[in-house]
Design a protein around this ligand. Structure first.
Ligand SMILES: [Fe+2]
Length: 137
């Protein structure tokens, strides 16, 4: 599991959702890089893709609603980053539909998910936590 305690921003709902995202993406990568029949592992790939498409939308909406609620000044920019990532996931989904889950493409999707998640949660989302802590002081 690639989640680290330091990724917490101090808002329970968001921290729980982030942990769930990390758990799913970690599982996904372990499966994709693992041994065994590719067709069997593919079931997990499809399940994770469907999960990400749905859960990321929910999580981003919750995170943006939270930012709006605290008058977070970076909301518009943050929304843009979320929208771009949703688009990237949808583009992968389209490519998978077209190529029939090509193994190299699935690998690159896993790498992309993990890199994006770590980068975003460890950097961009941390700013929300910092803002909250300044606000309550
Ligand atoms: Fe975010």
């Amino acid at each position: 599991m690639l989640w680290k305690e330091k990724y917490k921003i101090g808002v329970d709902l968001i921290d729980q959702q982030h942990q769930e995202l990390f758990r799913r993406v970690t599982d996904f990568i372990v499966t994709v890089r693992g041994q065994g029949d590719w067709e069997e592992r593919l079931a997990k790939v499809k399940e994770t893709l469907a999960f990400m498409q749905e859960y990321v939308v929910t999580h981003f909406a919750d995170e943006e609603a939270y930012q709006a609620g605290i008058n977070y000044p970076g909301l518009a920019a943050h929304q843009q980053i979320h929208d771009n990532f949703k688009r990237e996931i949808d583009e992968y989904a389209k490519k998978f539909a077209a190529t029939g889950f090509d193994e190299d493409l699935v690998q690159s999707f896993g790498g992309k998910l993990m890199a994006w998640l770590i980068n975003h949660v460890a950097r961009e989302d941390q700013r929300i936590g910092k803002f909250v802590r300044q606000e309550v002081r």
